[in-house]
Ligand binder design. Sequence first.
Ligand code: FES
Length: 87
Amino acid sequence: TFEVECAQTGVTLTVPQDRSVLQVLQDAGIEVPCSCEQGICGTCEVPVLEGEVDHRDSILSSAERAANSTMMCCVSRAKSPRLVLDL
Ligand code: FES
């Protein structure tokens, strides 16, 4: 379980073990385009402002992962207790 703060929207959401960041955002009415929901298409990429991402997609390069400035929110999670997204 970790928290996701949407900097532009001003809401903080809790992501439980059995839900994706994408699902939690959608439940909160925050529209994020998505397609594959398996970390392979890149549609659900969202900008990350703070926090450490646990990248679980198959798209980003190791340099992009290390930069920690974006994530595929359908599969990737957090290593830190909180992520701040530019949403
Ligand atoms: Fe395809 Fe997330 S919806 S990578």
